[in-house]
Design a protein. Structure first.
Length: 275
């Protein structure tokens, strides 16, 4: 977020590693965890919603094909925007608060919840849903590629329940899914971050998505749409590796013969690799 929204005329950070160093030096290690309250509150619901919607949509479509995997993932991505957008708005605002200050002279927001409450009081529902359209444009195809990549990777690697290397294979498949997912729509994420950060200093720069795209490109060129990509990919692999492996192993256990009658009255999915 810091790299995506920094002023190109007076940049604070030269790159991912310099940004990391500067935050620790100027704001202590706690500076790296600014805005953590928002994901802690929202990610549990988001993941439950995503995997639940994806699984049920795939069943409704009837056939487990690559196209249906993409469509089911896209449906899941679209629906979770309801929680994702306000969550990321609070996260973005909290992460930008007190940039470069070891001790904040003045806190606009005490925490993520306080941030959302203050935005709501000032701007209403429209304010806490700032960036909703760009979030929707990012998340819908992104989650389609997310689940499609995971399904293809697990089938290619042969992730069967009895395989002694199933966990490393699931971790690798999940990590690669996260990378492909972010690469597919990353420029939209830059725009989303800029729109949600707009007005933090009291000055509004953008009138909407197209205006943000035009001004960003005019001032900084095409490279602006890759700002912060390195740090995003470094985060994406371990996070999604852990997420997918945990969900898949849990589903494998729940669908085992010992638990089949108690947990799933319908037929077992033959390929453990498919969610």
């Amino acid at each position: 977020v810091r790299l995506q929204v920094q002023n190109v005329e007076k940049p604070l950070y030269r790159g991912t590693f310099h940004c990391f160093q500067s935050i620790i030096k100027q704001e202590s290690a706690f500076g790296l965890y600014k805005g953590i309250g928002s994901p802690m509150m929202g990610l549990t619901f988001i993941n439950a919603l995503v995997f639940g919607v994806q699984g049920n949509t795939l069943r409704a479509l009837g056939k487990d094909t690559p196209l249906n995997q993409f469509l089911a993932g896209s449906a899941a991505g679209a629906i979770q925007c309801i929680i994702c957008c306000p969550m990321e708005l609070a996260k973005t605002r909290m992460q930008l608060q007190g940039t470069g200050e070891y001790k904040l002279k003045m806190k606009n927001y005490k925490n993520s919840l306080d941030c959302l409450i203050k935005i709501y009081r000032k701007e209403g529902l429209r304010g806490i849903n700032r960036g909703m359209v760009s979030t929707f444009i990012r998340e819908t195809p992104s989650f389609g590629f997310y689940f499609l990549t995971y399904d293809c990777m697990t089938r290619y690697l042969g992730c069967e329940a009895e395989d002694s290397y199933v966990i490393p294979k699931l971790l690798f498949s999940g990590g690669m899914s996260g990378i492909v997912s972010w690469l597919s729509t990353y420029p939209v994420d830059v725009i989303k971050s800029r729109l949600q950060a707009d007005g933090v200093g009291g000055v509004t720069q953008y009138n909407g998505i197209l205006d943000c795209v035009r001004k960003s490109y005019h001032e900084e060129g095409w490279r602006v749409f890759t700002r912060g990509l390195t740090s995003t990919l470094l985060r994406a692999f371990p996070v999604n590796a852990a997420t997918f492996a945990t969900v898949t192993v849990f589903l494998m256990y729940m669908r085992s013969e010992d638990n089949l009658r108690e947990c799933e009255p319908g037929p077992v999915i033959q390929q453990p690799s498919s969610l």
